[in-house]
Design a protein around this ligand. Sequence first.
Ligand SMILES: Cc1cc2nc3c(=O)[nH]c(=O)nc-3n(C[C@H](O)[C@H](O)[C@H](O)COP(=O)(O)OP(=O)(O)OC[C@H]3O[C@@H](n4cnc5c(N)ncnc54)[C@H](O)[C@@H]3O)c2cc1C
Length: 350
Amino acid sequence: MYDLIVVGAGPSGSQLAWRFAQNGKRVLILEEHGVVGRPVACSGHVSTKIWDTIPYNEDIVENKIRAGVLHVGARSYEFRKKDVVSYVLCRERLDKYVHGLASEAGAETMLNTRLTGFTHHKDNVDVHVYNTQTKQKQTIRTKMLAGCDGPASAVRRTLGLPDPKMLHGVFCYVNARDASDAVELWFDIPKFFSWKIPRGASVEYGLAVEKGSAKAYFERLLKQQNVKPSALHAGLIPYGLLKRVSKGRVFLCGDAASQVKPFTGGGIVYGMTCAKIASETIDVDAPETLRAYERAWRRELGKEIVAGSVLKGVYSTPLMQPLVYFASKLDAERLHMDMPTTLVKPLRNR
Ligand SMILES: Cc1cc2nc3c(=O)[nH]c(=O)nc-3n(C[C@H](O)[C@H](O)[C@H](O)COP(=O)(O)OP(=O)(O)OC[C@H]3O[C@@H](n4cnc5c(N)ncnc54)[C@H](O)[C@@H]3O)c2cc1C
């Protein structure tokens, strides 16, 4: 019997598997795709806090960001810092890197293996899987099950927990070298924004929408910027604080638990931070410790998620946008991209 089965080899799942395996636990990762890190549906733009969760690795860094240009209505504002404020990571290499850490620590992986359901017992969980290549079904027993299976989490749905709200994100790469170190944002679509990220060897254009056609807004963005995309990538972005992310011997982590910044859609750092917290609070032999996990991750990120939702509400309201412009002039340099409470807590330790 496994101590922990982790569904999903994304950054949250591999971080969780790595930490539990390091603690001497018998861990199995189930991944429905045949290659870790593919397909890519993420920009990989993260704050420096990423290195609190994994050892620094220059090989996964595509660009270092020191500046931002915000376009609010007809106005634009640029801020610049001396130090690196964020990193543009190759998302495929990030996933492979964190998964490599988990494997080196002893975690096993079954690729092409999809969770189809699970049966809860008092002392264990029977996990039902399907191999998409061999078409074989199998049941594997574990003490505890972790759903790190992304925004449309099958584990969350099987537990009967409600879905979070979702944004639809879409982006493309344009094959042009861009040595800039500034990310650009346009607050010109309902309830979110469009972005341009210099990736060194290419430039990324993207946006997310809550309702309506992401494609229509995206075509408008490409026209405005006069660019022709090489390939399109798309995915869901969950947001909002869920009341509960565990039940019995099963818990959620990462996008599955909506551990995502509502005002930017970024979930890599939050997901891996929560995975780290899970490894510090959960004892696979004591399901009651899931309550400690629920308390600990909310203590760390609950206020940030609520503050991030408020911030999203403010910049999404056209009448408030002039305010956003003036606030950004005053505060963009103070706002930590993972901690929106830094806007109201100037003395907070960053
Ligand atoms: C357009 C877009 C741009 C984004 N840009 C950024 C950004 O710049 N910075 C940032 O921090 N975040 C960004 N995000 C969000 C980021 O992608 C997620 O927060 C992050 O991937 C969450 O990691 P995760 O490990 O929780 O889930 P995922 O990365 O979604 O991993 C889930 C894994 O589970 C597997 N899986 C799913 N179901 C099953 C199943 N039934 N059985 C087995 N395996 C399964 C999947 O194949 C996948 O590998 C973006 C998202 C989108 C859509």
